[in-house]
Unconditional design. Structure first.
Length: 111
């Protein structure tokens, strides 16, 4: 049986489900990102961060992550992240710089 929650890449609709998993700085970021349109550069950077953390590019319909769905996968990845919230937010800032460079100069983010 396949999860109805599984998609090809991190779906922005899952963002709100990640808010309660970390400290106040993470919670503020997720609350802000959740209010933005999906095509806002900061929301795109958050999706890029989550795609990297969740290894979405290696997910396929028959693996464990896809069978349980994107929401559960993303929640587990964020909750189990071994770095600090500051490190997690620094990764988002890096993704944000890459998205801005992509939009301004056409240089795609690194894989």
């Amino acid at each position: 049986m396949y999860a109805k929650d599984a998609e090809v890449l991190f779906p922005p609709r899952v963002t709100a489900a990640l808010q309660d998993l970390r400290g106040p700085r993470w919670q503020r970021l997720v609350a802000r990102i959740h209010t933005l349109p999906e095509n806002h550069p900061d929301a795109l950077a958050f999706s890029l961060l989550m795609i990297r953390l969740c290894s979405c590019l290696t997910c396929h319909p028959h693996n464990y992550r896809a069978l349980h769905g994107c929401t559960l996968c993303a929640r587990q990845v964020v909750a189990r992240y071994r770095g600090s919230d500051a490190e997690l937010l620094a990764q988002w800032e890096q993704a944000r710089l890459e998205v801005r460079r992509w939009l301004a100069l056409g240089v795609p983010p690194e894989e």
